[in-house]
Ligand binder design. Structure first.
Ligand code: IPD
Ligand code: CA
Ligand code: CA
Length: 277
């Protein structure tokens, strides 16, 4: 596999920031037992990683715009290119010493996602993809799993945390419906890696509501290049605009969308039934 100049630039930025995150991850273990806990330390690690990625990419591709979790939007002189960056996806895992976190870098050109990279420094797994060029994990070509039967499938999802409790009821009804049909369900805690795991055929499908462009931009490219299907939770193409995602191979993706729709219809019908009693 020959890496393009663009992918070399993205890889260099991610590996550099990843070295820092790996060091900091080691330190987090020691801070667990302190009274204050590792909260402030992790937020500093997050910001440092973002600064590194920002500086590296700005130097290599001057003028491109940025949309970053910590720094927000930075307009560039080149209006046709935007980086979508999450320097630490899976913060809660990182904070608790769980090695499921990643740096996620996606590139949008003229409104189309054209390149994605997700790097987990704890496992040294580097997922990369460019539009039309296939998806790779550490130089091995990726392909979504072939499983067609939902009863054999391992599905991942995102659970809205306590500070987004308004989303709990809807999530619970969706989860209940998915659990009725799927082999089993996981909540892994990094949207970027959830998507990579589906691209790599490790998991069969994933859905989540309330995620951001920096969580999903890289993963979308990886999934598509691995032969996966990815839409928003309503089956449309507005993932980046409405912050919802549903993906899998063709059949699992379709079944998952059906289950989400059913769950939603059930929720809307429920108050009606209660009123009729
Ligand atoms: C979060 C993770 C998590 C997802 C959340 C995201 P963060 O990103 O991707 O899996 O469920 O919606 O906000 O906060 O760790 O960068
Ligand atoms: Ca994130
Ligand atoms: Ca983050």
């Amino acid at each position: 596999m020959i890496r393009s100049a663009l992918m070399n630039v993205m890889t260099a930025a991610a590996l550099k920031a990843g070295r820092g995150l790996k060091r900091d991850f080691g330190e987090v273990e020691n801070l667990q037992v302190s009274v204050k806990g590792p909260g402030d330390f992790v937020s500093a690690a997050d910001k440092r990683a973002e600064k590194t990625v920002f500086e590296e990419l700005s130097r290599a591709r001057p003028g491109y715009g940025f949309l970053m979790e910590e720094g927000g939007r930075v307009e560039g002189s080149d209006k046709s290119h935007t980086w979508h960056i999450d320097p630490l996806d899976g913060t809660t895992n990182f904070l608790h010493g769980l090695p499921i976190f990643a740096i996620s870098i996606g590139l949008e050109r003229e409104g189309q996602l054209v390149a994605g990279l997700v790097y987990n420094p704890a496992t040294d797994d580097l997922y990369i993809a460019e539009r039309g060029q296939g998806a790779y994990l550490n130089n091995t070509r990726l392909r979504v799993a072939a499983r067609r039967d939902l009863a054999d499938a391992l599905i991942t999802c995102g659970i809205p945390p306590l500070n987004r409790a308004a989303g709990h009821a809807r999530f619970q009804s969706e989860l209940a419906n998915v659990m009725r049909h799927a082999g089993n369900v996981r909540r892994l805690g990094s949207a970027a890696l959830d998507m990579c795991f589906v691209a790599a055929g490790r998991c069969d499908g994933y859905w989540e509501r309330g995620i951001q462009t920096w969580d999903m931009a890289a993963g979308i490219v990886l999934l598509r290049e691995a032969g996966g299907f990815v839409t928003d939770a309503d089956g449309g193409g507005e993932m980046m605009a409405n912050g919802t995602i549903c993906c899998g191979n063709e059949s699992i993706h379709r079944r998952l969308l059906d289950l989400l729709r059913e769950a939603d219809m059930g929720r809307r019908a429920a108050p009606l039934k209660a009123a009729q009693l």
